[in-house]
Design a protein around this ligand. Structure first.
Ligand code: PMP
Length: 376
């Protein structure tokens, strides 16, 4: 059995998601837009999943729009807002720790004349005052993540967005909540977000499906044009099997959110305590923190070398964000972590399937790695 500690990159689909997937692949294969009973059955599956997701974040199902994943949700949130607000302004505020799927679209807009302001992070937290002060009447969008995917730090999004919405009711607030959804309690109303991005494969669903929550009354424009699916905002025949599996993963994930949180918290505290017993380890962690993600550096051993050493023992970790393969992490740099520590940073991320035994194997693997790799 592999020791899989890369759950922030993706998770193992849960049994319930796999059985929903199989059921839809084999029997519910009608097109949800077809008017006959096979179409209606497929449409029912989508409605059930939409309801599950709506319930999980405390909103009506009609505010949930399916996409191909959070990368698309983030792009739709950004370009959809920009295209709907061309006359109102061209300024967008974001942070310097965003995922590439927010960072890159905003860089593209910057190259095309938009004024993009990236707020700094101090001691693991975005500078709230700097963010609030950066917003003005020309600002159309603020996009900020809730849980950072490389460090696990939790950002004070609900509080910041509340202040901003009071001062600038027209402003659109977007939150990439991929690493928070079904992991830490999260309600759309408490986040004060107009738009929220989530993804299925981070919560034991299947890759290739995600969703964007759009608050009632908030208008964004589609990026692609076609049929009327997803209220015309995201046309294209829906992937019923992936959506149904997403719904099941959300049902199980939200039912067990507290139980899983407690389990993962125990694993995380144990891992931290055991790592701190080893020499030459620094934990790259801040105050407000999700127990699902931990980042640490093993002095003198480059991340990739340690990653492959552990891999040979059947232990799977990440050297940072899987999406930033081989590149020095701009996010860890923004968190103020020294270059040498970034070079040797390892991210471990947990799920309900991990055990204390997994942590013991990891610790013994790292200890072994320090003995062998440092010597060579
Ligand atoms: N945002 C964050 C914070 C993420 O961790 C990820 C996945 N690495 C994404 C967005 C992109 O999600 P997806 O893989 O569903 O496109």
């Amino acid at each position: 059995m592999p020791v899989y500690l890369d759950n922030a990159a993706t998770t193992k689909p849960c049994d319930e998601a796999v059985s929903a997937l199989n059921r839809c692949l084999t029997t519910i294969y009608g097109n949800p837009s077809s008017l006959h009973i096979m179409g209606l059955d497929a449409e029912k599956e989508i409605l059930a999943a939409r309801r599950q997701i709506g319930d999980a974040i405390g909103t009506e199902y009609i505010n949930i729009f399916f996409t191909s994943g959070a990368t698309e949700s983030n792009n739709l949130a950004i370009f959809g807002t920009v295209n709907a607000n061309k006359r109102r302004g061209n300024k967008i505020i974001t942070t310097d720790i965003e995922h590439q799927s927010v960072h890159s679209p905003l860089s593209y807009l910057e190259e095309n004349g938009y004024d993009i302001v990236r707020i700094r992070t101090v001691d693991g937290q975005i500078d709230e005052d700097e963010l609030i002060d950066a917003v003005d009447d020309r600002t159309i969008l603020v996009s900020a993540m809730l849980v950072n995917n490389e460090s696990g730090s939790i950002q004070p999004i609900g509080k910041v967005f509340r202040t901003l919405k009071r001062r600038y009711p027209q402003l659109i607030t977007h939150c990439d909540a991929v690493q928070a959804f079904c992991k830490i309690p999260m309600r759309a109303s408490a986040l004060n977000a107009d738009l929220i991005s989530i993804s299925a494969h981070k919560i034991h669903g299947v890759k290739g499906v995600g969703a964007l929550y759009i608050k009632k009354g908030v208008r964004i424009l589609p990026m692609i044009h076609g049929g009327g699916q997803e209220s015309g905002l995201r046309p294209g025949t829906e992937s019923v099997p992936l959506i149904a599996a997403f719904g099941e993963a959300v049902r199980i994930g939200s039912e067990k959110i507290d139980e899983n949180y407690d389990h993962v918290s125990k694993l995380s505290s144990y891992a931290k305590a055991e790592l701190q017993k080893l020499d030459d380890i620094s934990i790259n962690m801040f105050h407000e923190h999700s127990p699902y993600i931990m980042n640490f550096s093993v002095k003198g051993i480059r991340s990739e070398i340690m990653l492959h050493f552990l891999e040979e023992k059947g232990i799977f970790v990440s050297s940072g964000s899987a999406c930033a393969k081989g590149k020095k992490s701009r996010v860890l740099e923004a968190f103020g972590i020294e270059d040498s520590a970034i070079d040797s940073a390892i991210r471990i991320s947990f799920s309900k399937y991990n055990t204390m035994n997994d942590i013991d194997k990891l610790i013994s693997g790292i200890k072994d790695g320090q003995g062998r790799l440092l010597r060579s």
